[in-house]
Design a protein around this ligand. Sequence first.
Ligand code: ITT
Length: 210
Amino acid sequence: MDKKTTILFVTSNLGKLSEAKIALKPFGINVEAFQFNEEISEIQEIQSSNLHFVAADKLTKAVSIVKDSSDKIGVMVEDAGFFLEEFNGFPGVYSAYVHKTLGNQGILRTLNGVENRSAIFRCVIGIYLNGKEIFFEGLCNGQVSKKATGKNGFGYDPIFIPDGGDGRTFAEMNSEEKQIFSHRGKALKKLRDYFEERNQSPTSNHGSES
Ligand code: ITT
């Protein structure tokens, strides 16, 4: 039997989708978006201060709305957050809401005159594989820039400068560059390694999947 090559990603965020596609394509893994519709237009997130709990709940809900994934490698979700050290991690699990309401300019205003601009991006990828739920985490330390710069990426990218880079924000990098540093790039690497270790990647040339 042919190996399955596609992961179904249940997300409303096209930026996440595009990054997952770019990261996994070289390994022969396609990432396809779940098509939301009028009946199911998004997955409602639980209120929890723990990204892992949010991702686990999202995954359970995602698996329940996907009618048939038998032709897929698995069903995937991701929960991410932007954690400001000065504010004890806020907005964290509320990052989507804060981004929608305050935007990047609002974050920059809030940090006006604040010395500590350290921030962390975190994400938890959850994937339902052969009846099992598996999670991969990634994080990226960095600094909030003084002004929004760059046009690439999405969300908080124009105001986040990752540690270890050359001073550019994520929005000034292309997707491949961003993934070297990013929380998502690191979590996706763990996912790829998981497949490789089990010879489940479509590009693995030994072993087979039933
Ligand atoms: P889902 O449908 O997958 O839940 P979402 O956009 O609601 O998509 P999250 O709750 O995980 O996703 O994201 C929290 C917020 O953090 C949201 O505003 C994102 O745009 C932002 N974010 C997540 N990853 C990011 C990244 O790599 N760069 C910039 N902003 C990011």
